[in-house]
Write a protein that binds this ligand. Structure first.
Ligand code: GTP
Ligand code: MG
Length: 439
């Protein structure tokens, strides 16, 4: 493939910038960029480095650089690659890149190096997606999850699912060779059992999406309750600073207010809302509508019960928490209760504990395979549906064999697409569009 070049390090001020050059003929380009280096780059062994003066076509010095030499297939992309460590900043990397472009290299598109690594079989698509996740990780937990998939955890779980579904499809088809009535029941029962086992493996992986999504995209947590229940007070307490206005006037918070909290490595979007009531004013009414909308979309709702408010006032699925436990009526009803003013530390700890439980953060093995993208989740859900269809078809006896075999192939295809065994240029375009240039 044609040579491409891009800045691989972040643009802006920095000691060193890394320029990556990959593709067919990059050594000829490097020879022309470092003409005084002896022996020239094209005669240097893979895995070596050299210090060289880079010049433009007029012989003018561009920079002193360190060149790293890789040879196909032992490079990130699987192609001949030269990496140039040049001085950082705005000017030097630009000048070196421009010289490379004049020599015939093309500017690399977003993720194009990783795309080539995929096309050259260095990575599968789950690993390529993990590269983007690793770079985008905002917490150590997200970094660990991305690294697990980069090391092939998800792929290791998906490959056997793919192979077993295909093999089973062939075996089910083979049952068609038997004459009517001769079909061995034991064999069909066995096939049904294996379809169920495959479906269980798919379901177990589907269940990791929640953890994968929360770790990467963060969780939406909504503080809700009647006006004056103490929502803004709790928000401030959880954040550790006075973010929201607190007052004994009901209806103080009218707009929604969102801040991020790092909860054991999961970025939590903690949102304070307007107190739920038939609001007298138009602005507050809008606020209440926004609050209801957020409650419907939240990963967890922390509903603060005002003193005396019945426990069933909390919306279904919400975590109900008695607020202002220092005020009457103090009848303990077994609900978790807090007093943000009397015992703020305990209140904070209780709220965080309830959130951890509700979000089930930290329940899973941080190094396990997790579904990491909507694409992976949607395809695996498709495979699970196909496996269910295969099971139902097998239960219909002989007439179901053809559709069962087809459904098993559909399941395999969907899993194969997650791995990139089957792909289209369009898919690669969308998938790599979220990468940065130079990765
Ligand atoms: N006694 C007592 N008062 C509290 C407690 N928590 C909050 N308050 C007080 O209750 C009043 C209302 O608190 P906010 O946090 O503004 O309540 P809110 O739910 O955000 O109210 P709106 O924004 O109007 O919906 C304030 O005067 C707080 O100081 C508590 O645990 N005990
Ligand atoms: Mg408030």
């Amino acid at each position: 493939m044609r040579p491409i070049a891009a800045l691989a390090s972040a643009p802006g001020l920095g000691g060193v910038a890394l320029i990556r050059l990959s593709g067919e003929g990059v050594y000829a380009l490097a020879d022309r960029l470092a003409p005084r280096l002896s022996p020239p780059p094209s005669e240097r062994p893979a895995g070596s480095f050299a210090h060289a003066t880079l010049v433009d076509e007029a012989g003018r010095t561009l920079d002193d650089a360190v060149l790293l030499f890789y040879r196909a297939p032992r490079s990130y992309t699987g192609e001949d690659t030269v990496e140039l460590c040049v001085h950082g900043g705005e000017v030097v990397p630009r000048a070196v890149l421009d010289a490379l472009f004049r020599l015939g290299a093309a500017p690399a598109g977003p993720g194009e190096f990783t795309r080539r690594a995929f096309l050259n079989g260095r990575l599968d698509l789950t690993q390529a997606e993990a590269v983007a996740d690793l770079v985008a990780a905002r917490t150590p937990r997200a970094e660990r999850a991305a690294r697990a998939n980069l090391q092939g955890r998800l792929a290791d779980a998906l490959h056997p699912l793919y192979a077993d579904a295909l093999a089973l499809s062939a075996e089910v088809e083979h049952l068609l060779d038997f004459d009517e009535g001769e079909l061995p029941d034991a064999f069909r029962d066995d096939a049904s059992g294996r379809v169920r086992a495959l479906a269980a493996r798919a379901d177990a992986l589907l269940a990791t999406w929640r953890e994968g999504r929360l770790t990467r995209q963060g969780a939406l947590v909504v503080l809700a309750g009647r006006p004056n229940a103490g929502k803004s007070t709790l928000l401030n307490l959880l954040l550790g600073y006075d973010r929201a206005i607190v007052s004994d006037e009901p209806g103080t918070t009218r707009d929604t207010l969102e801040e991020t909290l790092d909860l054991d490595g999961v970025p939590v979007r903690l949102t304070d809302t307007a107190g739920l009531r038939d609001a007298p004013g138009a602005v507050e009414r809008q606020g209440v509508a926004r609050a209801r909308d957020l409650i419907a979309r939240a990963d967890a709702v922390l509903y603060l019960l005002a003193p005396g408010e019945p426990a069933d006032a909390a919306p279904a699925g919400a975590i109900a928490l008695r607020a202002k436990a220092d005020l009457p009526p103090a009848a303990p009803d077994g609900m978790p209760a807090i007093s943000a003013t009397r015992a703020p530390e305990a209140a904070r700890a209780t709220a965080l504990r309830l959130l951890r439980e509700a979000l089930r953060i930290g329940a899973g093995d941080p190094d396990a395979a997790t579904l990491a993208t909507e694409r992976q989740y949607a395809l695996l859900a498709e495979a699970a549906r196909a496996l269910a269809a295969a099971g139902a078809a097998l239960a219909r006896g002989e007439l179901g064999l053809v559709p069962a075999a087809q459904a098993l192939r559909d399941a395999a295809r969907a899993v194969g697409e997650i791995l990139g065994k089957v792909y289209s240029e369009d898919l690669l375009d969308t998938l790599f569009a979220r990468f940065c240039v130079g990765k």
